[in-house]
Design a protein around this ligand. Structure first.
Ligand code: NAD
Length: 476
């Protein structure tokens, strides 16, 4: 496949120097390849988005809502193909690939509704001072670059594309080079809907292509989801040009289990929080804080649950967890297993790569991990859970907050007053109480501290692509 970039309403061949191999991680084998976009093609995509902006921002909110509903409908029509490609290229089990698709559909439908309500957000502002009238209106930020990672490609792109288009922005999307296929659907849908050329552009490529986009002087904003190391480079580019940036970065999130919990229920929440998407989630709850009174009952049950998970190829086996999505990620997780051995950590489950083709590791549990261990402090991005015990609520809050990240947390307790109190005290963007990883498009997504800047989803996701204009008129 060569026509992998969607620029100015046309599919074009990549003219960059990088050849991107698209892999099946369950086999560790490539099944497609494509040439990256060149810097000149990134220029063309930004120019196309700039050219399309005046007409797109002048469309009625109702018209834009119609296109967004079209995206949702067309995603649904491509259901089986989109599930298959995520299973093959990401290694997702079928039920996870289905949930991702449904999330993307819900996102487009939600922002269609918000787009339809936009005219009512432009309003007269009553003034205390006489002699003036004032009104505010919400305008699109302009041309935005969207750079996304590989772990939830369909979803992460939907969380950016849908609100950006709803606001009246035009966009250049750069998917991850690890999973460049599934987001092709957004270009195909734009074609099918007759979205005006240049409103949505897609360029594929590696770091070089991402940097060509994030350094581009023709953007009005950049929204980035990915690692902290690349996020800080993206922020430097934004600061050099004094332009806004949204950053959705990494996490090292806590799950706090109080001793009034049902053990089996707690085990189910803990396992889901670290093995969904093979633990390759910014929101993985990878630090388990378990209260003394339940720890001795819980840890053996957790160990058994992790040992019993069915790990395998989602395309050919009934599995609970697939492979890691890339060889680089597999090597990274394996390097943490080696560090754990060097640090002498107590391994209760897993701690090794599977002896088979493909990029598989076993779900892993380390107990009584010291607070200064790299496994306790660093984002691993795999199914690797580290546990520590605590005695009091205050201690649990202090340990959970003792992180440079602040994305999410889970609190498990039947004492709901306590659970709510702890949720309020946690320094994160999103807390789940007695539930795990449930994300609703109406709420917000994003973190505090090193987990990023800004919020996606909900009305905040739309505001991220809007600029407030204030018009004041003298009546004199
Ligand atoms: P990454 O930072 O390596 O890559 C992300 C994207 O940036 C890719 O498209 C990549 O090609 C591009 N890129 C790489 N170098 C670049 C550069 N110099 N300039 C511009 N773009 C560049 O991240 P990844 O490995 O794809 O994803 C994993 C990371 O993403 C984890 O840290 C995870 O926590 C984070 N993440 C965060 C969220 C969130 O919502 N907070 C969601 C998903 C993933």
């Amino acid at each position: 496949m060569t026509t992998s970039h969607y620029i100015a309403g046309r599919w074009v061949e990549g003219q960059g120097s990088d050849c991107i191999s698209v892999n099946d991680p369950a086999l560790g084998q490539p099944f497609a390849e494509l040439m990256a976009a060149s810097a000149a093609q990134v220029d063309q995509a930004v120019a196309a988005a700039r050219g399309a902006l005046p007409a797109w921002k002048a469309t009625s909110a109702g018209e834009r809502a119609g296109y967004l509903r079209g995206f949702a409908e067309q995603l649904g029509q491509r259901r089986e193909a989109l599930i298959s490609v995520q299973m093959r290229n990401n290694g997702k089990p079928r039920h996870e690939a289905e949930i991702d698709l449904d999330d993307a559909i819900a996102t487009f439908n939600y922002y269609a509704e918000l787009a339809a309500q936009l005219p009512s957000k432009n309003r007269e502002v009553p003034l205390a001072a006489p002699g003036f009238t004032a009104r505010t209106r919400l305008e699109p930020v302009g041309v935005v670059g969207l750079i996304v990672p590989w772990n939830f490609p369909l979803v992460t792109s939907a969380w950016k594309l849908a609100p950006a288009l709803a606001a009246g922005c035009t966009v250049v999307l750069k998917p991850s080079e690890v999973t460049p296929l599934v987001e092709q659907a957004y270009g195909q849908i734009a074609d099918a809907l007759g979205l005006p050329a240049g409103v949505l552009n897609i360029v594929n490529g590696k770091a070089e292509t991402g940097a060509a986009l994030s350094n581009h002087t023709g953007l009005d904003k950049l929204s980035f989801t990915g690692s902290n190391s690349v996020g800080s480079q993206v922020m430097r580019s934004a600061s050099a040009q004094c332009r806004p940036v949204t950053l959705e970065l990494g996490g090292k999130s806590a799950i706090v289990v109080f001793d009034d919990c049902d053990v089996d229920q707690a085990v189910a929440w803990i396992v889901a929080g670290i093995t969904w998407n093979a633990g390759q989630m910014c929101s993985a709850t990878s630090r388990l804080l378990v209260q003394d009174g339940i720890a001795d009952a819980l840890l053996p049950r957790l160990q058994a649950a992790l040992d019993n998970l069915r790990v395998g190829n989602p395309l050919t086996e009934e599995v609970d967890m697939g492979p890691l999505t890339s060889q680089a990620q597999w090597l990274k997780v394996a390097s943490y297993f080696a560090t754990a051995r060097e640090e002498g950590l107590q391994c209760l489950a897993g701690g090794r790569a599977l002896d088979r083709d493909g990029w598989f590791v076993s779900p892993t549990l380390y107990a009584d991990v010291p607070k200064d261990s790299r496994l306790w402090t660093e984002e691993i991005f795999g199914p690797v859970l580290c546990a520590r015990r605590f005695a009091t609520e205050e201690q649990a809050i202090a340990e959970a907050n003792d992180s440079r990240f602040g994305l999410v947390a889970t609190v498990c307790s039947t004492d709901l007053a306590r659970a709510e109190r702890v949720a309020d005290a946690l320094e994160v963007g999103h807390v789940w109480i007695n539930s795990v990883q449930a994300v609703f498009v109406e709420t917000s997504w994003g973190g505090t501290k090193g987990s990023g800047i800004g919020r996606e989803l909900g009305p905040w996701g739309l505001s991220a692509y809007q600029s407030v204009k204030h018009v004041t008129r003298c009546l004199g």
